[in-house]
Design a protein around this ligand. Sequence first.
Ligand SMILES: Nc1ncnc2c1ncn2[C@@H]1O[C@H](COP(=O)(O)OP(=O)(O)OP(=O)(O)O)[C@@H](O)[C@H]1O
Ligand SMILES: [Mg+2]
Length: 456
Amino acid sequence: MTDSPRQKILFIDDIPSFCEEVVSNLRSEQHDAQSMLSPLEAIPKIVRGEFDLVITTLVIAEMGGFEIIRRIRGAGCRVPIIIITAFGTDQSAIEAARLGVADYLTKPVEKNELIARVRRVLADHAPREPERPKSLARMISGDWQMGAIFEKVKTIAPSDTRVLILGETGSGKQLLAHAIHQQSRRSQEPFVEVNCAAIPANLLESELFGHEEGAFTGASKRRIGRFEAAGKGTIFLDEIGELSFELQSKLLHVLDSGKFTRVGGSNDMFSQARLVSATNRDLMKEVEAGRFRSDLYYRLNVISIELPPLRDRPGDIGILAQHFINQFAPEGQPPPTFTPSAVEAMRQYNWPGNVRELQNFAEQLAVLHQAPRIEATDLPARVLHGKPAPKAASQPAPSERLPFREARDQFEKDYLLKAIQEAGGNMAEGARLAGMDRGQFYRLAKRHGLTSNADE
Ligand SMILES: Nc1ncnc2c1ncn2[C@@H]1O[C@H](COP(=O)(O)OP(=O)(O)OP(=O)(O)O)[C@@H](O)[C@H]1O
Ligand SMILES: [Mg+2]
């Protein structure tokens, strides 16, 4: 058995007998090999990505091997290349290394030697297996950034640290808060959730801290608040950015002293609950604008977790779409599957409502779609022709032009993120793609919060 039987190998040389010999040696090991005598004919095919490995000699009448490699690399093609030469000099070895050649063989080339080197290079450059989806409580994901978040949650969940979850609407903040609770030592205790945006401001205080009988008109009975109900469990304050200034002060007091009082009461109550909060607002901006207390911000934000929007997690779109389709398929009916072209089309859409939007869309498809496969053309027009996902950081309109320093930071972060994504989360490879020193790349990525514990 060979390592990579279906990977295509091209050998370039202008001596037909040598071509035949090399190709037949490779084929005898079940490699899919062919040769071409003309570099000028070979280069366009290589650049189009038709081969997984190119082997070339250096001296060819039509065009020298180094020139071939320069043209291939100049066109942005990173196919691995092995050089075979009769005239191995230090100078050519240096040039080969400079051009990123994968291996360098001198003639005469033994069959076994050739096969061994080819196998090693193919194995080093084998396409990565798509990551198996990871899961955390009820969350699943095939995206490396989410994988890093799951790891972070496993590390911090057992402690009592407060966690602030940031992310666009529908990105999974609530599910993540619940996962933190489930992974913690408090998982047998209550998980109590308060949506600060859904409760009128004048009722929120009593909702959080409870009230005594007669505390205000309509308070006919004593009522236990959510902090009390949470006991030794977790209290999840969702949409914390909507909290009024007055309640921000009261919450700050609870966090500082651990004490609160029911509305209309005078007894101090002690809170032992762990606090997890979430918001889809940029809380730091709210602080700068004077709408959110900075002291409260820092107390909530002991650990923060930023959930990336779905459009920035291309690895998640196909996995989550299929997960939801499987979930919603009518009983007794095998769920339809998305074709690769449908997944690609979904990746082009920008999913403003994030995972919730994908979930609703999959639910509709599960009910309406009859055929076993879902093709790109089966997707609703909104998804097919909707706003494409931005490929690069979009230019701000002149009115919202950022100060240079901020714009540069933003660019740096987007650039590094793209490189890390392209490298499948491998920092060393990301550094290579960015043409940067590994240490420098890592430090910059760390400064922008793009590293995970696994990278340490
Ligand atoms: N990784 C995931 N795996 C499975 N289901 C998910 C995942 N992320 C989100 N969901 C589902 O998507 C929906 C939206 O998630 P959730 O309610 O946690 O988002 P949110 O960020 O709290 O949204 P909002 O800001 O609107 O409150 C939920 O039904 C949730 O179960
Ligand atoms: Mg929510």
